[in-house]
Design a protein around this ligand. Structure first.
Ligand code: NAP
Length: 239
């Protein structure tokens, strides 16, 4: 049995690819999103209880290998997976799409984390298209002089910035629609999630000449890494 730590499109694609090759897979979701897109095959939902809880799960379910296909900004689960894999001597692969790269015409600024983004933002614009995710919104809540167009999947909890409009939506997004949203703002804030599902906003920003403030990815433990689903399939099949 292979455990996929999921919550991403790549995790669903991997579950499907392995399932079609008759590899037994269980996909794990944190349970953050109210109505998640479910992968094919077996699914479990909810935290494991830290690295020790995950190690116990690996032993009890006779997991032969783990693929950590969680989102690049899911910081904790990556460290937990590395620790649990070490404790149980289970092979671990990290599946992570590469970050985005600027092209000609892009005006990109980088922030080290959410707090750094909130510090840099007032110097870049007054009207902000904020797509950094529901859990990151408190970092911007004190910026009373700015207006935010906030987009996230599920309704956020307070604290939120005082002046804002909320859009609930889930990707993938089209360039034309992103352009219309971005016309209402003078700066875009996003995590460097990478991948094609949510990159249309970057194209729209380039077309409109809007600056983009990108939040850098947090560091992950140094494990074997695949950038694509076919690479991860090959790694699993080799085992
Ligand atoms: P996180 O900070 O790394 O994890 C917090 C805790 O949530 C972990 O310690 C673990 O609890 C549990 N957890 C996380 N991913 C899990 C999984 N796949 N299966 C079971 N438990 C999991 O993660 P996060 O940033 O809150 O993200 C949660 C999930 O949403 C991830 O699976 C990620 O792929 C997905 N996601 C995150 C983002 C983002 O920007 N952060 C964006 C899109 C999707 P225990 O310690 O109790 O095991």
């Amino acid at each position: 049995m292979i455990l996929i730590l999921g919550g991403t499109g790549e995790a669903r694609q991997l579950a499907e690819a392995l399932n079609s090759r008759e590899v037994r897979v269980v996909s794990s979701l944190a349970g953050r999103v109210a109505r998640p897109r479910l992968p094919v095959g077996e699914v479990r939902v909810g935290g494991f209880g830290g690295p020790e809880g995950l190690a116990r799960y690996l032993r009890e379910n006779r997991i032969e290998a783990v693929v950590d296909a969680t989102h690049p900004f899911a910081e904790r689960i990556g460290a937990n997976a590395a620790k649990a894999a070490e404790l149980t001597e289970t092979p671990l692969l990290r599946l992570a799409r590469p970050g985005w790269q600027p092209g000609p015409g892009d005006v990109w600024h980088w922030a080290d984390d959410l707090a750094d983004a909130a510090r840099k933002l007032p110097g870049l614009g007054r009207r902000v298209f904020l797509t950094s995710g529901r859990q990151g919104l408190p970092a911007f809540a004190h910026l009373d002089d700015l207006w935010f167009l906030i987009r996230c999947v599920d309704p956020p909890e307070p604290p939120l910035p005082r002046h804002h409009e909320l859009i609930l939506a889930r990707g993938p997004y089209e360039v034309a629609a992103e352009r219309e949203l971005l016309r209402r703002a003078d700066v875009l804030v996003t995590k460097d999630s990478g991948g094609p599902q949510t990159s249309a906003k970057l194209t729209a920003a380039r077309e409109l000449g809007r600056p983009v403030l990108l939040i850098k990815r947090p560091a992950r433990p140094g494990t074997a890494t695949a950038e694509t689903v076919p690479e991860a399939v090959e790694w699993v099949l080799r085992r």
